[in-house]
Design a protein around this ligand. Structure first.
Ligand SMILES: *Cc1c(COP(=O)(O)O)cnc(C)c1O
Length: 360
């Protein structure tokens, strides 16, 4: 917490605006719209998952439709495809950004078209805050006229060629879950590119009430709106965003230094100066056959938590039987990678303990 969160939460309680209306919601949305700029229309919601679900609904994804989805991600990216009884088609990552591989994407699109159905959407993810290959992916989206849902859940503050992530998709998604770079406890936002889409998102997120006096409904809606107390936390958190990005990037500098002479460890880093990552998490790949579980155990013995990288969706029992395009780089990342402590509150003492284990 940064300091102003409690003030806005108090304001909600003092004025008795604790439901899904109130000035914290308006102001949180305003400050996000200021942050992202004029072609971003923000609807704050109860979670990032809800935002992905709404984006798919907005693109008229229905039962049996193909939706292309990055395989290397957290399951929240892919679950909403199943909520709509649509058919996920998974695409592998490339080695530069660990995000969607343009060649494999094009193979997947061609497969769907051969089956007689153009995919309704492409969900691209920004793993651990790293921007994807923006130009290549957007070009394919344009060529085949398939809209992009940009899952920037982890990537608030990241940039590609000085343009903020969250502005690249036809719809973009940010998460404010407790583990993300700023938080509302649970929460997220859908970012639309025009005002009409925002109105439609708000309509679907608040039970799709018809324009009549009481309780008329013609289509399926959801209870997905953020509440005014959570929005108060988010409003306060916005004041801390730049500092938090700086702290996360400092963690990356630390890791760069800690592994610079270590030929067994490769730190995942920006491919070139076009990419600006918020370094939500710092991740490494172990080389020369070293086992990730051994390193994880060594950290654990020192009471330091590390985690595996995402287990790709195409290797999950939940998604057995769905198509996958690529060379399984994402599977190799899962086999050989580890997430290292990356919180904004890491102290120098924490860092030297981490560094010691890495050296050993
Ligand atoms: C956290 C996360 C989500 C889901 O966000 P919630 O707010 O937790 O529902 C979706 N995609 C990715 C890549 C995430 O990391």
């Amino acid at each position: 917490m940064g300091g102003n969160e409690l003030r806005y939460v108090h304001q909600a309680l003092d004025t008795n605006w604790i439901s899904q209306y109130g000035s914290n919601i308006d102001e949180f949305e305003n400050s996000l719209e200021n942050y992202f700029g004029s072609s971003s229309h923000v609807t704050v919601l109860s979670s990032g998952t809800a935002a992905i679900h709404l984006a798919l609904r907005m693109l008229n994804v229905e039962k049996g439709d193909f939706v292309i989805c990055q395989s290397f991600t957290f399951v929240a990216t892919a679950n909403p495809i199943l909520y709509l009884n649509a058919v996920p088609v998974f695409v592998d990552s490339e080695s530069q950004t660990w995000n969607m591989c343009p060649e494999a994407l094009e193979d997947a699109i061609k497969y769907c078209i051969q089956q007689g159905k153009k995919p309704k959407a492409i969900i691209v993810v920004l793993s651990y805050g790293m921007p994807f290959m923006v130009e290549e992916i957007l070009q394919i989206s344009k060529k085949y006229e398939i809209p992009i849902i940009e899952d920037s859940a982890e990537a608030l503050g990241s940039k590609y060629k000085d343009r903020l992530c969250g502005t690249f998709g036809d719809f973009s998604v940010i998460s404010f879950n407790g583990n993300k770079i700023i938080t509302t406890g649970g929460g997220g936002t859908l970012i639309s590119r025009n005002a009409e889409d925002k109105i439609r998102a708000l309509f679907l997120a608040t039970q799709a009430k018809d324009d009549m006096e009481f309780y008329g409904h013609s289509e399926i809606g959801y209870n997905y709106r953020m509440d005014n107390v959570a929005a108060g936390i988010g409003r306060g958190q916005m004041d801390t965003l730049e500092e938090k990005i700086m702290q996360r990037r400092k963690n990356h500098d630390f890791y760069q230094d800690a592994v610079k002479n270590n030929e067994n460890i490769e730190l995942f880093s920006e491919p070139d100066s076009n990419f600006f990552s918020n370094y939500w998490l710092n991740t490494i790949i172990l080389k020369n056959g070293l086992a990730k579980e051994n390193l994880r155990t060594r950290f654990s013995q020192e009471n330091i938590e590390t985690r595996y990288l995402w287990k790709p969706m195409h290797l999950q029992p939940l998604f057995q039987g769905y198509k996958f395009f690529g060379n399984n780089l994402s599977g190799t990342l899962f086999e050989t990678g580890l997430c290292l402590p990356s919180g904004t509150n890491l102290t120098d003492e924490n860092r030297s303990r981490i560094s010691e284990v890495l050296q050993k």
